[in-house]
Ligand binder design. Structure first.
Ligand SMILES: Cc1cc2nc3c(=O)[nH]c(=O)nc-3n(C[C@H](O)[C@H](O)[C@H](O)COP(=O)(O)OP(=O)(O)OC[C@H]3O[C@@H](n4cnc5c(N)ncnc54)[C@H](O)[C@@H]3O)c2cc1C
Length: 502
């Protein structure tokens, strides 16, 4: 067996194999560390001169689980507790609002948007259950009565409630699958999210999982190994690496990101079938950029977590700022970070650090006009779009595509399987999506090579492409997903039920 990638999906897939006593596997990984897009860096320094560890990639355990209702628990939360991960409650209501003149209270618009959310859910639920045509999130908002028009404060609120999570605009995103995605994580688990401030790095939890089935310096884990070619058939898979080495396996699980697949970083032999290429082209890889600043003092309110800025001309321009200097996070660190996504990310990725720092400082000085805002003593941001082992941050579901197209993203070709956050219909974009998909692919393969198929509920054996299943390429006919490996949880809130039933 071969697993490509030692991110969450890759480690979990190998663990699923090991749990069914399949121990003759190798994991090939581009980098020299486990965790993939759970990536951290050393940044700035504390009063003793030691650097802080900040997360460039995933940071939140999104949706913990509801102990009192005995509901499901997010596996990321389960395993984070096992390694005593240091994390803080990320409280979206701990927020101050600003515009280009300084602090201006428009928190009432936040409450207004929250009220609209129930209407969005109801309308998306109707579209899904009546099998109507999906539309853009923007169209869904408009039809539900939310119309920010030219109002900068409304645009900032909308950005914070939508783009800040999905990393794409309402115009670029699916209404139906955007809402279902939100519901499935935040209602099925819980609406609580915790933010990792663990100085060992957020990836400590997946390293903990890896240590359950890999030895220290396990020879089955090949770091610094870049896969360039994959040959697949119904009888096996051959993986060739940049250094000329190769792995021949009965089955392989490819966990590289949708961005890597879209950037032709790996050549497939034979070429991937049209239905697979169509789905790779259809789903989108979004970019989410966290920009870190350390100052020699905390000049912003220390009792708040978030600072929302409404730029007078440009939507999404340094809209959300977040304090790490707040109690429960890294108090005294004097670290603040801004988040940019999508076009604003692409723009800053193309310019040098000094230019970006200078424009961000103009915004901060507008937000705090009565304070002599100092220059930062440390500054950094990643360029996810051009990172060659990721090519973007996480996937998003575009407007007007179908579960069938998504099933094709997930389906195997011969003995080559695909798993990762993007292949999760329920939890795309999230760490737990990668975890469930890795486990599913590992268990499917284990079920075929041993006598026991453990994932009976979601289906054993091949992931069948829509065309093979229905003998057609006409996606307009059916919007059914029974028997296609999509869990029955995949139902939008129609507004008639309690939140926890969604
Ligand atoms: C900026 C950012 C913020 C995020 N915030 C959150 C958050 O707060 N909460 C949350 O739940 N999720 C968040 N996510 C998403 C989360 O990080 C991903 O969903 C998850 O880590 C994906 O795991 P994966 O195993 O599917 O893919 P990856 O983590 O990408 O793993 C794939 C692995 O394959 C390796 N690889 C790639 N190409 C090759 C090759 N050619 N040869 C060999 N190996 C290769 C990569 O190095 C990588 O280790 C965020 C992501 C980013 C980037």
């Amino acid at each position: 067996m071969a697993v490509i990638g030692a991110g969450v999906a890759g480690i979990t897939a190998a663990q699923a194999l090991a749990n069914q006593s399949i121990t003759d596997f190798v994991i090939v990984e581009y980098n020299d560390v486990i965790g993939g897009r759970m990536r951290n860096t050393k940044f700035g320094s504390d009063s003793d001169g030691n650097p802080y560890v900040v997360e460039l990639g995933a940071n939140w355990i999104s949706g913990l689980g509801n102990d009192t209702l005995d509901g499901p628990e997010n596996p990321v939360w389960t395993f984070s507790k096992q390694v005593n991960l240091s994390s803080a409650n990320s409280d979206a209501s701990s927020i101050v609002t600003y515009n280009e003149t300084g602090a201006v209270d428009y928190t009432d618009i936040l409450d207004e948007f929250e009220e609209y959310w129930a209407i969005f859910e109801q309308n998306a639920g109707t579209i899904l259950t009546e099998n109507l045509q999906d539309r853009s999130f923007r169209a869904g908002l408009w039809q539900s009565g939310w119309r920010p028009k030219g109002d900068a404060a409304r645009k900032a609120v909308e950005w914070w409630m939508w783009d800040w999570e999905t990393a794409q605009t309402p115009e670029e995103s699916s209404f139906v699958y955007g809402i279902t995605g939100y519901n499935l994580t935040y209602y099925a688990f819980s609406e609580l999210s915790y933010f990792s401030v663990d100085q060992r790095g957020f990836n400590t939890w997946i390293k903990g999982e890896a240590a359950k089935f890999l030895e220290a310096n396990d020879t089955r884990l090949h770091f610094n190994t870049v896969v360039t070619d994959i040959e697949y058939s119904d009888s096996g898979v051959k993986i060739t690496n940049e250094d000329g080495s190769c792995v021949e396996a009965d089955y392989a699980i490819n966990t590289v990101s949708l961005g890597v697949l879209q950037n032709d970083a790996i050549a497939f032999e034979p070429e991937l079938p049209d239905w697979k290429q169509d789905s790779i082209a259809t789903f989108t890889m979004a970019t989410y950029t966290k920009m870190f600043f350390q100052f020699n003092e905390t000049f912003w309110p220390t009792d708040k977590q978030f600072f929302l800025y409404a730029d007078p001309t440009t939507r999404g321009y340094y809209t959300v700022w977040q304090s790490l200097s707040t109690e429960g996070f890294l108090p005294g660190s004097n670290i603040l970070f801004a988040t940019l996504v999508d076009e604003q990310s692409y723009r800053v990725e193309a310019q040098d650090d000094e230019t970006t720092k200078a424009e961000a400082m103009v915004v901060l000085r507008q937000m705090f006009p009565d304070i002599d805002v100092p220059e930062p003593i440390a500054f950094t941001y990643p360029r996810w779009t051009s990172t060659p082992w990721s090519y973007g941050s996480y996937s998003n579901w575009p407007t007007g595509t179908t579960l069938e197209m998504h099933q094709n993203l997930r389906a195997n070709v011969g003995r080559l399987y695909f798993a990762g956050e993007a292949t999760s219909a329920e939890y795309f974009g999230f760490l737990h999506g990668a975890w469930f998909e890795g486990r599913e692919a590992g268990e499917r393969i284990a079920g075929m090579v041993t006598t026991e198929c453990r994932n009976v509920e979601s289906g054993c054996g091949n992931y069948t492409s829509y065309e093979v299943l229905h003998g057609t390429t006409d996606f307009s006919e059916v919007n059914a997903f029974n028997g296609m490996g999509v869990s029955p949880l995949f139902v939008a809130d129609t507004g008639d039920e309690e939140e926890s039933d969604a």
